[in-house]
Design a protein around this ligand. Structure first.
Ligand SMILES: NC(=O)c1ccc[n+]([C@@H]2O[C@H](COP(=O)([O-])OP(=O)(O)OC[C@H]3O[C@@H](n4cnc5c(N)ncnc54)[C@H](OP(=O)(O)O)[C@@H]3O)[C@@H](O)[C@H]2O)c1
Length: 263
């Protein structure tokens, strides 16, 4: 069996960090490229890199998704070193620069909207732009291959979205910036699925809702949550979904337990 290449974007903390830990632990042939905006201060990621069992399978690169040149340089480095990407997971996200979603229109600011959409939607789309051709060279080792060779895929691109980005499901309002950003991210997933699914080499593109997860992002709201997943629980469920994906799923939006969510 040959090695598989997974790239986790937004890997310094929370769900992204856990993707790195779980992927490195589950199989000795998985190589993880972990990107984060400040590699020198990403202490948990650096601690993982210091673990002798995984250090030669973990490569940390700088990507602030608000800086397109970081994304371009990272894609060039990955192309030189690995030649392809089998799985890309976009995890970067903020609720709002203030740390709390807007409760009403009076809280909405242009800066809050721009910052949230930039990190949650525009950055992941630009990752698709620069890493698309590397995903098209993916080995197809993640997900389930169809028996029909015309329906087989190469790489998989996952955008970690949120159920609150579903327009159909929005019964409460509020959280303007976050909801807008995740709806936009879902549109990016759909568009990417079309463009990266056209040619001979196809990429599965899917949005996933991780559940409410015990991380810094959701911390202000934990006391109202019925089911709060640990990062280990959420990522284990998300990887089960990823392992089950085929080309028929591309362009869709699923929960951690593989329920289809409406856009
Ligand atoms: N936690 C939940 O309940 C929940 C629910 C639904 C969806 N989600 C989604 O899950 C994803 C992961 O969130 P989380 O819960 O793990 O939150 P988190 O612990 O706060 O982690 C957020 C990550 O995003 C990174 N990030 C922020 N700005 C960035 C930028 N400009 N460039 C690159 N990376 C940047 C952070 O890096 P730094 O360390 O550099 O700040 C950090 O690694 C997000 O997309 C979030 O919307 C989470």
């Amino acid at each position: 069996m040959s090695k598989t290449i997974a790239l986790i974007q937004g890997a310094s903390r929370g769900v992204g960090l856990q993707f790195c830990r779980t992927l490195l632990a589950r199989e000795s042939l998985v190589h993880v490229i972990a990107t984060c905006r400040s590699p020198d201060t990403a202490s948990d990621l650096l601690a993982l890199k210091n673990n002798q069992n995984v250090s030669d399978r973990l490569n940390i690169l700088q990507v602030n998704v608000e800086n397109e040149s970081h994304i371009k340089v990272a894609a060039e480095l990955v192309e030189d070193q690995y030649g392809r990407v089998d799985l890309l997971v976009n995890c970067s996200g903020i609720l709002h620069p203030s740390g709390r979603g807007e409760t009403s229109l009076k809280d909405v600011t242009l800066e809050g909207l721009q910052n949230t959409c930039s990190i949650n939607a525009f950055g992941p789309l630009l990752m698709g732009k620069h890493f698309g051709k590397l995903l098209m060279k993916g080995s197809g080792s993640f997900g389930v291959q169809s028996e029909n060779s015309k329906e087989q895929h190469n790489g998989i691109l996952i955008n970690i979205s949120a159920k609150v980005g579903s327009i159909t499901d929005n019964g409460l309002g509020g959280w303007y910036s976050y909801r807008l950003s995740k709806s936009a991210l879902n549109m990016a997933t759909k568009n990417l699925s079309i463009e990266l699914g056209r040619g001979k080499n196809k990429v599965i593109c899917v949005s996933l809702h991780p559940g409410t997860v015990d991380t810094d992002l959701s911390r202000p709201y934990h006391k109202n949550v019925k089911t709060l997943f640990s990062t280990e629980e959420s990522v284990s469920k998300l990887l089960n979904v990823i392992d089950s994906l085929s080309l028929n799923d591309s362009g869709k939006f699923y929960t951690y337990d593989r329920q289809l969510l409406p856009f």
